[in-house]
Structure formats: structure tokens, C-alpha cells
Design a protein around this ligand. Structure first.
Ligand code: KG4
Ligand code: ZN
Length: 336
């Protein structure tokens, strides 16, 4: 057989997704059913609502993924599914779907780590990208600086001590009334603001040179807003968004470039929802150019949660001979 065709399923948070990926890098279909509108009224993801919606949508997503790829289950070599980290009830829907399909058809099952999926999103549009490279993973739940030594072999050299980068975006957006999800809203507001209007502190962590901390910055922004409100003064939301975003982008850029240089990698990739941030992409683009590092970034739709990235990661697991059995379970805090 010339090709390996993988059906991938992702349901770790608030997107129900299924995709068909060929040989790890060619996306034949990529279906995403977003629940964002459903959770917006609550200002964040409500786990129980997410699980129930996944149950309603998952079969549709799988059918649509196969049909848009013009394939049937008979053409599928393996079923890859995210089994952690994420919301346990949400993960269980995808895992159960994948296990049921595998049991009914005998198609091999592969469990995929969600963050490994995010990192692997870089392989899809960059056919030339191969390990080793440094990857900055910044999502709603994670902020990791990772050395990708080989396919599926990771060395985590830095991570957040408190909030994830995306979490900080979401919390600041809520505080200034931009709504959920905050990342894209801040990104948009920042384009019309002055990033030098307000100077916010960025944390340096003395004993771990690649770790991040965003809760201090978040508190500084919240304090700024409270003081302005107490004084009855108005503040420019766009300036605040731009200044906050700059503080986050600066520390992410600085850490990522320093890691690439120190680890002797001339390739830097980014992954996760925050990797779709315009300011971060511009900043890293420039910094990489200045330091002779090749910069890789997935298209925004492959940065936020999707199943194509799970199909890419699943392919490399498949090629290594990794297989899951029907005891595969959701692991909410699965380590990388
Ligand atoms: O990777 P993702 O879709 O889900 C997780 O695995 O967490 O990331 C979602 C996070 C949210 O916090 C969202 O606000 C943030 O990514 N995000 C952004 C942007 N788009 C999404 N943050 C900054 N700028 C953006 N354009
Ligand atoms: Zn994610």
C-alpha cells in the first residue's frame, strides 16, 4: 500500500472535530464544529454543555470528514483520537467514538496527546519541516517551550508557573468587557491601539530561564482597570489591549529565540490557539529573521483546536508501531 490514511477525532475542549489525513501531512478533510457561540453567554467553556454538544455532533463530524475526503471506513488505516489533556467529559466522547469505530471495523486505534497534535500541525503546511526544532506551544491550557528532538520525542525546557498565555488573554478580555474567547478579541482591538501607551511588567523567573508567568501581568492589568474606574477615569480599551498583548508577545519572543539559539536549532515553530495571534506572528517573524532562524507557523485554522493536527501526530505514532486497545481512556492531565 502506498499511503497511510488516518481518520482523526478531537473533542478535548469546545470544538468537535474530525479529519482525514494522508501520510501525516496531506489533509483530505478537516471538519470543525465550534461550540463557541454556545459558551459565550457564560463567559467561558461550561464542561457539561461541551460534553453534551460533542455527543450531538461527533457522528456528523466523522461522516462529513469521510464524505469530504471521498472515502469510506474501508479506506482508513488507523483511527487517531485525542485522549488527553483536556476536559474529561469532553475527551470521553471522542475516545468512545474512536473505540466504537475501531471495535466495529477492526481498524487499529491510536491515542494522541493533544499538545503533540498542536506541535504536529506544523508538519501539514511545511513538507520540509523535520525535527529537531524548537516549538513554542501557547494555548488556552498550556504554555510550553519544547525541543522537538525527533517525531514524538520532546524535551520540555520551559512552562508556565501559573496561567497559560491564552488564559491570560481570556481573563483580560473579560475584564475589559470584550467577551469570550478573549484572544481573537484582544488581537483585533490591539490593532487599533498604541502598544506603548501603558507599560506593564513582565515576570522574570530567576531559577528557570525558560519558564513563563502570566498571572502577575494579568493582575497588573486588572489593577490598572480598577484604579481607573475608582478614579472615575476612562481608559482606551484598544491601548490597553495593545499594551497587554505586547507584554505577552515580548516575553514569548524573547524566550523562544533564546531557546533556539542556545539549543543550536535554526528552526522555530509555534503552535496552539495563541499562535494565531497577529502580534506574536509578526514579532517572531522579525526576530527569527534577525537571528537567521527559519520560522514555521501553521495557518490560524490549524493553530486552534482541530482534528487534522491529531491525524498528523497520529501518523508518526502509527509509523512507530504504537497502537492503543479498547482500554484506552481519557486522561485529563496527561503529561507530554
Ligand atoms: O489551542 P486552543 O484552541 O485550545 C486549547 O487547547 O486551549 O487555544 C485556545 C486559546 C484561547 O485562550 C484563545 O483565547 C486563544 O487560544 N486564542 C488567541 C487567539 N486566538 C485564539 N489568543 C491570542 N490571539 C489570538 N488571535
Ligand atoms: Zn488545543
Amino acid at each position: 500500500k502506498d499511503h497511510v490514511t488516518i481518520l482523526a477525532i478531537e473533542s478535548s475542549c469546545d470544538e468537535t472535530a474530525a479529519a482525514v489525513v494522508r501520510d501525516g501531512r496531506e489533509v483530505l478533510s478537516n471538519i470543525i464544529s465550534s461550540q463557541i457561540a454556545l459558551h459565550t453567554v457564560y463567559g467561558g467553556v461550561v464542561p457539561e454543555i461541551a460534553s453534551r454538544k460533542h455527543v450531538e455532533k461527533i457522528n456528523y463530524c466523522v461522516r462529513e470528514a469521510l464524505s469530504q475526503a471521498d472515502l469510506t471506513l474501508e479506506d482508513i488505516d488507523a483511527i487517531a483520537v485525542t485522549y488527553g489533556p483536556g476536559l474529561v467529559g469532553a475527551l470521553l466522547v471522542g475516545v468512545s467514538e474512536a473505540k466504537a469505530l475501531s471495535f466495529a471495523t477492526g481498524i487499529p486505534l491510536i491515542g494522541v496527546h493533544h499538545i503533540e497534535g498542536h506541535i504536529s500541525a506544523n508538519y501539514i503546511e511545511n513538507k520540509d519541516l523535520e525535527p529537531p526544532f524548537v516549538c513554542l506551544v501557547v494555548s488556552g491550557g498550556h504554555s510550553h517551550l519544547v525541543v522537538v528532538k525527533d517525531y514524538g520525542v520532546y524535551d520540555i525546557i520551559g512552562q508556565t508557573r501559573d496561567d497559560a498565555a491564552g488564559e491570560a488573554f481570556d481573563k483580560v478580555a473579560r475584564a475589559i468587557g470584550l467577551g469570550y474567547p478573549g484572544g481573537p478579541k484582544i488581537d483585533k482591538a490591539a490593532r487599533d491601539g498604541d502598544e506603548n501607551a501603558i507599560s506593564f511588567p513582565t515576570a522574570k523567573i530567576a531559577d528557570a530561564e525558560y519558564d513563563f508567568s502570566f498571572s502577575g501581568l494579568k493582575s497588573a492589568v486588572l489593577n490598572y482597570i480598577n484604579i481607573k474606574r475608582m478614579q472615575g477615569e476612562d481608559f482606551n480599551k484598544n491601548d490597553l489591549a495593545a499594551s497587554f498583548q505586547k507584554a505577552v508577545v515580548d516575553v514569548l519572543t524573547e524566550h523562544a529565540i533564546r531557546a533556539a539559539l542556545q539549543y543550536g536549532c535554526d528552526k522555530l515553530a509555534i503552535a496552539g490557539g495563541v499562535a494565531s495571534n497577529t502580534g506574536l506572528r509578526q514579532s517572531l517573524e522579525k526576530a527569527c529573521k534577525d537571528n537567521n532562524i527559519k520560522f514555521y507557523r501553521p495557518s490560524p485554522v490549524l493553530c486552534t483546536d482541530n482534528a487534522a493536527m491529531i491525524g498528523a501526530a497520529g501518523y508518526y505514532e502509527y509509523m512507530k508501531g504504537e497502537r492503543a486497545d479498547l482500554s484506552l481512556n481519557a486522561v485529563p492531565n496527561l503529561p507530554l
